[in-house]
Ligand binder design. Sequence first.
Ligand code: C2G
Length: 134
Amino acid sequence: MKRVLTYGTFDLLHYGHINLLKRAKALGDYLIVALSTDEFNATKGKVAFHDYETRKLMEAIRYVDLVIPEKNWEQKISDVKDYHVDVVVMGSDWAGSDRFDYLKDYCELVFLDRTPGISTTKIKHDLGLVKDKN
Ligand code: C2G
């Protein structure tokens, strides 16, 4: 049983998220999503449109086996150990960075390309919920 773990907010769930989850699941047999809590997002200055409990409904997606809370930046090693994770998947937004290299001592680290043309921010912008795309 190969276990895969990925992190994110998954706000206003869209096909870019689904593509990511599908490809992450295809790297193994069991997919865990560490879903950013509202409190963790607040420390990053981010406010999700949907709260944690609403976003957690993504556990119904067929590719997702388990959703756990992402509460801070430091929990990744203990997540990998506690959930016997073989592969951590990050979005390609982090691909050029060595920020998560320390995880390679504990598991495989894979960066998956983002789906072009879609983001939570773009949806908010297109619906007139925010003025700026960034
Ligand atoms: N994603 C994607 N394609 C998009 C939009 C998002 O593949 N068009 C991916 C992101 O790369 C991420 C996941 O979907 O892996 C969740 O997206 P967000 O909730 O926007 O991620 P965020 O909370 O900004 O950060 O790599 C993990 C990131 O650090 C999670």
